[in-house]
Design a protein around this ligand. Structure first.
Ligand SMILES: Nc1ncnc2c1ncn2[C@@H]1O[C@H](COP(=O)(O)OP(=O)(O)OP(=O)(O)O)[C@@H](O)[C@H]1O
Ligand SMILES: [Mg+2]
Length: 233
């Protein structure tokens, strides 16, 4: 019990240190750019504004991800009946243009999949998983499968994608905050490394389980299992 408490405190400390470090980076870059604009009369102001805009957007994304993480962790949300298959449909539709740009095909399947929870958080969870499955996929000819299904006492959302072969050891670390996977995967997507940590926290807040498994042919299969709504409605 004491060991678990100590591990939890150590984890919180690590998280706070990492979050501060991640937030400091865009602020430090902004300062450098502002100093440059102030001291170098020959600098290209238009370019500096563009770079400041990019850095600022990244800082906002990071802060929003941190807020979302803490909101989900506090379980401060209203629980309503939610159909996971509709969320899967919505996430896929929203992310279809991104998939097309990346040459990735998305296949969805599954019938009505009722659970109870926060519609907004479960949509965020689905979006994060589908977004990852698109951007962390080999460029061109990648495939993503999104499936929702009902089990006797639970419901499942499975998001699977093609990609590089990954070891179970590496896959087991990917839900840690600020973990950005393998350097070997070529990706233009410079994420903040909180997408899967958010998925994990939202799943836990809904009393569910999250499983990440490397696919033998490459890529990952991610399963979110949540309590079925039937017994509550
Ligand atoms: N579906 C996937 N297939 C292959 N690798 C993945 C997949 N999902 C996540 N990863 C790996 O896990 C890492 C962590 O994912 P996570 O979603 O937490 O962060 P991110 O995508 O890098 O940034 P963001 O916070 O913007 O989502 C990724 O950088 C990537 O290397
Ligand atoms: Mg991500």
């Amino acid at each position: 019990m004491l060991a678990r408490l100590e591990a939890h405190v150590a984890e919180q400390r690590r998280f706070a240190a990492n979050a501060s470090h991640e937030l400091r980076t865009p602020l430090a870059i902004s300062k450098t750019l502002l100093d440059l604009a102030r001291t170098d009369p020959t600098c290209d102001t238009g370019e500096i504004i563009d770079r400041l805009h990019t850095v600022n957007t990244r800082a906002i994304d990071l802060t929003e991800a941190l807020l979302l993480l803490s909101r989900a962790d506090q379980r401060a949300f209203i629980r309503v009946p939610v159909d996971l298959s509709l969320l899967a449909e919505e996430a896929t539709e929203t992310l279809l243009p991104l998939a097309e740009r990346n040459g990735v095909t998305i296949e969805t399947s599954g019938d009505v999949t009722p659970t109870i929870g926060s519609q907004a958080l479960l949509l965020q969870l689905t979006m994060n998983l589908v977004h990852n499955a698109i951007v962390h996929n080999p460029p061109e000819h990648g495939t993503v499968w999104v499936h929702t299904g009902v089990r006797p006492r639970s419901v499942v959302l499975t998001v699977e994608n093609t990609g590089e072969r990954l070891t179970p050891q590496l896959v087991s670390t990917l839900t840690e905050p600020f973990r950005r996977g393998t350097e070997r995967i070529r990706t233009d997507h410079a994420g903040v490394g909180l997408g899967l940590a958010i998925v994990k926290t939202i799943t836990r807040a809904h009393d569910g389980t999250l499983t990440l498994t490397p696919r033998p042919a490459g890529g990952i299969r991610i399963t979110v299992e949540l309590p079925a709504a039937a017994r509550l409605t």
